[in-house]
Design a protein around this ligand. Structure first.
Ligand SMILES: [Ca+2]
Length: 382
């Protein structure tokens, strides 16, 4: 039997719970309407598509086999891995002050998702990865041999600024994880959320852009129709997500992993769980923690309380929600983690004392956390 459902919030969870054997014992708290309006909540997340043309970005590629040649004016960004040919890497940089200036200024905002989006210009492509470049290269001076080569026509190369070693910091932050076919070719999205979060964290953070490796070729900014771009989803620091107005249809005719039923929690545009490492959730293991946060004395639900797992930044964070379309706190949250382990959940909010709870998370299941009551900081000092 196919029964497609499209319902809201708590009801949707109750229904999909019925398809997951291991969710016995999963209980729902009574949804509570807030008595008062939670103050100072920011507006919902804003989706920004920031194009190079507005961010004055720069790009080029560098080639090991032509270590003193600069390709800053080329119409493609060529990449090649050492297993196939002499290595080539693309360099792309957005000016951090321009990123922070988006939408009237986003310094201090949280970055729910950021993707470096490149359009392929070749029919063959392979896995790509992105890492942060470690020197202040320029578009017209970057070569394989130097971040800034004072004379790229000089066959011997004279660095006015050398690359650090290795040329990109640490291991790649992200591997190729999504593609669609657009008019200009295959679109490759590389997750740079953590990096862009650092870029907007302060008004002075510097950033030397990204070095992309793999096999293929992309269109450069000199190719105006399909320039590289930064897709950025951000929200004010006091952001609280809304209860979802709708959730995806669920086919109840087949057994479903919790991950499959609930992966919509991870969709960036929903703004429900962010900052997780792409691909970290395992289909067989992943489960969802559901909880409710209230004020200790009043019993009123608390919105905007950040929920994270101590020692596991790879799972990202969520925050307790407001009712859909309002700023009234619902106090509910769902957080996806990998099951089969013991965790310490941390609840933090500028106005409340930080609380922690130990949990044992089952595989492929649900965990209903007993209601958490938190105390206002003001109450402590008053
Ligand atoms: Ca260029």
């Amino acid at each position: 039997m196919n029964m497609n459902i499209r319902v809201v919030g708590v009801l949707a969870l109750a229904m999909c719970c019925a398809t997951v054997a291991s969710c016995e014992g999963f209980v729902f708290g009574e949804p509570r309407l807030a008595v008062g309006v939670t103050a100072d909540l920011g507006p919902p997340a804003v989706l920004t598509l920031a194009q190079f043309s507005t961010l004055q970005g720069i790009d080029t590629y560098i080639a090991q086999a032509a270590a003193n040649t600069n390709y800053g004016g080329a119409s493609t960004l060529n990449v090649a891995s050492p297993t196939i040919s002499p290595e080539m890497r693309a360099l792309v940089r957005f000016e951090p002050s321009q990123v922070r200036g988006l939408d009237g200024g986003i310094t201090g905002h949280i970055v729910l998702a950021a993707r470096l989006v490149l359009v392929s210009s070749s029919s063959t492509y392979n896995t790509f990865s992105v890492a942060r470049a470690n020197a202040a290269w320029t578009e017209t001076e970057a070569t394989w041999g130097c971040a800034r080569d004072s004379d790229p026509t000089d066959p011997y190369g004279v660095c006015s600024l050398a690359w650090g070693s290795p040329m990109a910091w640490g291991s790649p932050m992200s591997t190729y994880f999504a593609s669609t076919t657009a008019g200009g070719g295959t679109v490759v999205s590389l997750d740079v959320t953590a990096d862009v979060q650092a870029m907007v964290a302060t008004s002075t953070a510097t950033h030397n852009g990204w070095m992309v490796s793999g096999d293929g070729a992309f269109r450069s900014r000199e190719n105006a129709s399909y320039r590289p771009r930064l897709e950025l989803l951000h929200a004010p620091s006091n952001y609280a997500p809304e209860e979802p107005a709708s959730v995806p249809d669920l086919d109840r005719s087949t057994p479903t992993h919790t991950y499959d039923a609930m992966s919509w929690l991870l969709e960036p545009a929903r703004g429900l769980q962010w900052g997780f490492t792409p691909g970290v959730f395992e289909v067989d293991r992943a489960g969802v923690i559901r909880g409710h946060i209230v004020e200790r004395d009043s019993g009123d639900p608390v919105a905007g309380m950040e929920v994270s797992v101590l020692g596991h930044p790879e799972f990202g964070v969520t925050r307790t929600r407001v009712e859909n379309g309002t700023t009234d706190a619902s106090g509910y949250f769902e957080l996806m983690v990998n099951g089969g382990d013991t965790y310490t959940l941390t609840f933090s909010h500028p106005d409340y004392l930080t609380a922690q709870r130990q949990i044992v998370m089952p595989w492929n299941g649900w965990l209903a956390l007993p209601e958490v009551a938190v105390m206002e900081r003001a109450e402590l000092v008053g």
